[in-house]
Design a protein around this ligand. Structure first.
Ligand code: SF4
Ligand code: SF4
Length: 495
């Protein structure tokens, strides 16, 4: 049994919680002195929970904190106790939306107010993110509402480009992209790297339930316009819910494979519960990351299995290695291992081969970490850098099983080129043949684990100069922040 802190779903008080094993599942339970006992499924497989747990890494957080320590997560801002710097920052640019989804309570018409930060406020948020030390936030995502509702969205993307974010993303329902090829071209020219496309499934049904209409033709058109407009890094984002689209996981993967020239990844998001939901319904409807693994395995006939997936912090040794090579701190993916997961799948003649089947990824990453640790003593010495990289390149073939590797490409050479070139043509070549399949399970008030929150790397920047983890922003801070900076809808419409 492990102890942690959580929140009372009724009064939001920070309370003690326990994580324990029950019938092969990992459970979170907690008792509020005022509102009683709560229990939820944390991970539906204790075996996978333990496999992932060993990859926990504590990061160095940020050295110029904004918020005060001591009342986590309520007085959040970001504070010196936080263990991961901002890996991806969300900036909500509007709460207006051109869909009225039955499942959404966040849009302007439902909330009754308009939240739309000015360009000056957006600039200040970007500046705050780029000021983070020791590592400036490298990636920003514009979200909402629907970001394309703003006429100045292209200008906002350009601004992010000027701030030198290395990854600029936009989360969108795709409606405007489907309707305007010109907008896709303009966003591409402005420097947008990735379109995070809300994508519930490959038939009409999930859209009818989640969005109230059949949005599939629009999604297909949005992908097509992205392709034609040069936005060739689309990530499909299905919110997974039981009985809605959990039976379409395999079909969504196959759709992505067919569109790999434009669709580079899928980010499954098991549903989290907003507002009150009774225990029976919650336990029945909860999908956790191991459930997703089972769905993927069953619906791809075993082509991709649970063991092909690793948690986000699995790649921390690569950050150590790059930091040693460059002699500078590098962004570290030290989010909690039970938050998110991913794998790369190589596609050859339509056949999916997870890279874990032909690369000993655990051995290779251990070796990379060893080289990085040795690198500490070589830090800043160019001979050390050459030795480190040379050692990695010469040992790489040992970790690749060419008999099991795809035949259409020289995998060893490709990986060596990627290591030598960094983000050059070899990396593009790698992405041409591979699909990223990942998941992040955002928390709600029932399954909240503050140990995960403290390691969160997906943050929101707010107009009052704060940086707040995604899961606590959406559960406890959003309403207060938006109200502070919003206009009542009737007044806003009059302008
Ligand atoms: S969530 Fe992180 S930044 Fe916010 S109060 Fe807790 S430790 Fe500090
Ligand atoms: S957003 Fe939530 S699920 Fe994702 S890393 Fe942060 S705490 Fe974890």
């Amino acid at each position: 049994m492990k102890s942690t802190k959580s929140l009372c779903p009724e009064c939001l008080a920070t309370i003690d919680a326990s994580i324990l094993e029950e019938n092969g599942k990992t459970i979170l339970e907690k008792t509020c002195s005022k509102h009683g006992y709560f229990k939820d499924i944390y991970w539906s497989s204790s075996k996978q929970f333990k496999r992932f747990e060993k990859f926990l890494h504590d990061g160095y957080g940020i050295s110029n904190p904004i918020g005060l320590d001591g009342n986590c997560p309520h007085s959040c801002g970001i504070c010196s106790s936080h263990k991961t710097s901002t890996i991806l920052a969300n900036i909500d640019v509007t709460n207006r939306c051109n869909q009225v989804c039955p499942v959404c309570f966040a849009n302007a018409s439902a909330s009754g107010y308009l939240y739309e930060p000015s360009l000056v406020q957006i600039r200040a948020m970007m500046q705050m993110l780029r000021n983070e030390k020791p590592v400036p936030c490298p990636a920003v995502q514009f979200a909402g509402g629907e970001p394309t509702m703003r006429d100045d969205i292209v200008q906002i993307v350009k601004m992010a480009h000027e701030f030198k974010f290395t990854q600029i993303q936009m989360a969108t329902n795709g409606i405007k992209l489907a309707k305007s090829l010109a907008l896709c071209k303009d966003l591409d020219a402005a420097g947008l790297h990735t379109v995070y496309l809300q994508f519930d499934g490959v038939t009409a049904e999930p859209y009818l339930i989640n969005r109230g209409y059949n949005a599939l033709p629009l999604k297909l058109k949005a992908v097509e316009n992205c392709r034609m407009g040069g936005l060739t890094s689309v990530s499909l984002v299905p919110t997974l819910a039981k009985g809605v689209n959990d039976m379409q996981v395999g079909d969504i993967i196959r759709f992505a494979v067919k569109n790999m020239d434009t669709v580079k990844g899928i980010n499954f998001q098991p549903i989290s519960f907003a507002g009150r939901i009774n225990k029976k319904e919650r336990l029945e409807k909860r999908i956790t990351i191991p459930d997703l693994f089972n769905l993927i395995e069953a619906q791809t006939n075993g082509a991709i299995t649970a063991d092909d997936f690793y948690p986000v912090p699995f790649v921390v040794p690569i950050s150590h290695f790059v930091a040693a090579e460059e002699g500078l701190p590098n962004i570290e993916f030290t989010v909690h291992p039970h938050c998110g997961t991913g794998t790369y799948v190589y596609v050859e003649n339509g056949k999916m081969i997870p890279i874990t089947r032909f690369i000993d990824v655990e051995g290779l990453l251990e070796h990379i970490d060893d080289l990085a640790i040795n690198g500490e003593k070589w830090l800043g010495k160019s001979l050390g850098n050459i030795k480190r990289m040379g050692s990695l390149i010469s040992s790489l073939p040992k970790y690749i099983d060419t008999a099991k590797a795809p035949k259409s490409v020289d995998v060893k050479k490709l990986f060596i080129d990627v290591l030598k070139e960094g983000t050059g043509e070899a990396t593009k070549e790698f992405h041409r043949h591979t699909l990223f399949i990942g998941a992040m399970h955002f928390m709600d008030l029932y399954n909240m684990d503050l140990e995960r929150i403290k390691r969160c790397g997906v943050h929101y920047a707010t107009p009052d100069g704060r940086i707040i983890p995604f899961c606590t922003y959406n559960t406890i801070h959003r309403v207060e922040v938006e109200k502070k900076f919003s206009t009542p809808l009737i007044k806003a419409r009059a302008h």
